[in-house]
Structures are given as structure tokens and as C-alpha cells.
Design a binder for this molecule. Sequence first.
Ligand code: GUN
Ligand code: FE
Length: 483
Amino acid sequence: MVLTRVAAGEQKKFLVLLGTFIHSKSRAELEYLHNAAVAVDRQGWIAAVVKDRGSVGVARDEVLGQMGWRADEVDVVQCGEGQFFFPGFIDTHVHASQYPNVGIFGKSTLLDWLDKYTFPLESSLSDLAKATKVYTACVRRTLAHGTTTATYFATVDVPATNLLADLCLSIGQRAFVGRVCMDRKGLCPDYYRDESPEASLRATRETIAHIDEIDPGYRLVSPILTPRFAPACSKDVMNGLMKLQREKKLPVQTHISENKGEVELVKTIYPEPGSYAAVYDDHGLLTPETVLAHAVHLTEEEGNLISQRESKISHCPCSNSSLTSGEARVRWMWDKGIDVGLGTDMSGGYSPSILEAARQATLMSRHVAMQIDDEGCREKCKLTVEEALYLATRGGAVCLGLGDEVGGFEVGKQLDAQLIGLGEVGQDGLRAGENSNDWVDAGNVDVFGWETWEERIAKWLYNGDDRNTKKVWVKGRLVHSRR
Ligand code: GUN
Ligand code: FE
């Protein structure tokens, strides 16, 4: 008997996608590839791209010829009318462990929110049955919203964190999984913290070892060092993580300057360094592989320091509004040369969707603009549709060191993508398949047929949701599908 073995992470068939592909050409511009074909090999790499042919049939035949693939070796997915492929979204900051709390924050602000809602839920996930339920739901939900890469905070608990890594690998989401380090007595509750700096670093190594075992080479899932934030960490933990970062060349994630009370707290705990960013810098944690969430209340000097160190920022507008934290200034960050991505920051943010984060980034930028008197500066502040979608894809990829791997449809990148379908309105004002008393739940975006592609994309950004995300692939593997 001949056994056909499919290597781990390898698909049985080649994949050819046909139709319209849209991705960022630059921060300011989207590129539209029509009548195009993208060929994906069995390891999920984009092996050939042809575009602007007379029809998708011509594009398909050309790409099959180029690759030397027979039709029976290939799965073909063709866009329906008005559909398009878009790169998968990248969530650069999300707490998988807080997913059950989305929407539950009342009128709280960061520090009381942590005590009232967050720490009790996170600590309860050392119950592995509960963690399985929460993490499975979180990974599936975010995939359904087109998030092909997620940068997760888990909890303090090692087995539950390792479980999250297992689930990302088996369900098929590209992920960075961080065991949360928090050992400072006083700020961290006694019922939920690492016992000592040594215990914190030991537990961190245990999760790294687990991911080394399940995904050597970190092809889909990678560990990420995760000091929760300066107020929750001792100097010894931060210094230990710095050494671990240098030893293992791992990325780092933490929070910075989210809330004014938090900034004051950091000043009282760490009076010497002179700023929140300087606290991390003094502990060697501002590296080019560091992703700092929020960065709402940074000073000019802190912005310059972060830029000098080439650390990245995860902008989390939904969270910043929900917890009344303030308005982060993306244009200001970009002007300083800082790379920025988007984060849902569930459950500081109430939405699992990066499309929602992109939409809210445009709105928050307008609130920033409304505080500026100078008209030129005011206008420049406002993020465009194109810029928001750049943040959601390539911007996030750059923040995570994945700029050459994902975020667009180029040969040599991995195929992390979503198929988007909008609601086409027919002559009778109904959508395909509808009659007057049978509503098709195809989402909120009604396309009338006269819109330009740029207008369709704007309509998707402002009114789209997971109902528009018809299929999702990570590394060439189909990981979500809906009708
Ligand atoms: N700062 C420290 N921990 C957290 C958290 O869980 N969420 C947010 N938004 N900020 C934090
Ligand atoms: Fe957060």
C-alpha cells in the first residue's frame, strides 16, 4: 500500500485564486489587480502572480502554464461578481484571555477596569476546560473577521498559555503567544501574579520550550516576551526578559502610556528614568522587535526615543475610546518615523474586528484633528481609507517583523488572505436571492453597481463586518468559510 503523506503545514493541492486582488502599494495608495491569478504552492507561498489579462480564464491558463501544474492538482477559487481578495488582517495587540468580557467595561478606566473586570477573568483561566472554551472561541471569532495574524497576551498560567499556542496551530491562525509576566506586589493582586521574578522567568521559559516543541522554527506560532506593563513588573523581571530577548532573539510586547493615572503611577514607582519610555529603555526592552500598545500620552522626547530604538506601536482606538484613555496620534508617530499597526486590545476594546479598528482609527484621527487650530496640520492629521487599511495589513506586518512574509500579494510572500463579498443590489432594490419577505443576511454594505472600486473599498471600511469575509486562508490553508 502506498501512503500519501502530507507534511506538517503542507496542503494536499496547489491553490490558484482568480479575480480582483487589492492590497497596499504604499501607505497612501491601494493597488488594484484585475483579471488576475495568484498561484500558491503547497507550503502556502505565493509562487506566481499575473494581472491585467483579458479575462480571469486567460490569467488562470497563463499561471498554470508558468507553474507547470495540471488542473487536477489545483484547487481553484474564483471571485464572484464584485468580490475581491484582500490581505489578511493583522491584530498587533489582543488579549485572548479577555475575550468573554468584550463590551463589559461600564464607565471604568484602565486601573479600576483591571481590578474589577480583567484580573478576575484572567486568573480563572487556569481552569483548562474554561481556557479551552474561551481560547477556541477567540481564535475562531478573530479568524472569522479576517485576522490571519494575532499577537496575543494569554495569562500568567503556563498550561493555559501553552493551550492557546496549541489551538492557534491546530485551527491555523498565525500567532505570537505571550505568557503574561507580572510579579510586582501591590499592583498585581495576590490571587493573580507570579510568585517571584525567578518564577516569572522560569514560567516564561516553559512556554517558549513548549512552542519550540510544537512548532520548531515558529512557522505559524511564535513565543513573544510579555511584561504586562511597567507598573506590574519588578526591575528583576524586566532585566531578566531583556537577557532572554538577547539570548533567544524573541519579540517583546507590552503597554505604554495608555492612561494619565497609569503614567503618574509609573513616575512614582520609577522616579529615576524620567519617563515611561525611558523605564523600558533602561531595562533594555525598547528594541526593534518591541511592540508597544497604546502610546496615547507620549511626550516628544519619548516619541523620539521610541523612533531611535526602532520600536513599534500598536494603535488601539476602540480601546482608547472605551476606557476613556485618550487619543493616540498616528500621524505624529509616522512623522517621527515610527512604524504603527492596529490592535483590537480586546477587551479594553469591545470588538474582535481589525476592520472596526481601522474604521475607528480614521475617526480618532478626526478627533485629534479637531483639537488643532492650524488648518494644514488639521487636514494632514486625518487618516484616509487607504492609510487605515495599510495599518490593518502591511503596517501590522512590519511591526511584527513579518514585512517580507505577509501583508500583500507578491511572489515570495505567504498567502494570508481573505475573500470579501459585498451586497449587490439588483434592479428591484433587493439583493440576489431575496424576495420581499425573505431577507438575505449579506451584511450592511449595499453596492448599487455604479460605485468605483475606491468607493466600494470605502463603503466596506465604514460599513463592512464579518458577513463580508467569505473565506480566509493562512499560509495557503483555508481556515474559515461562510456563505
Ligand atoms: N495595561 C496593563 N494591562 C492591560 C490590559 O490588560 N489591557 C489594557 N488595555 N491595558 C493594560
Ligand atoms: Fe492591552
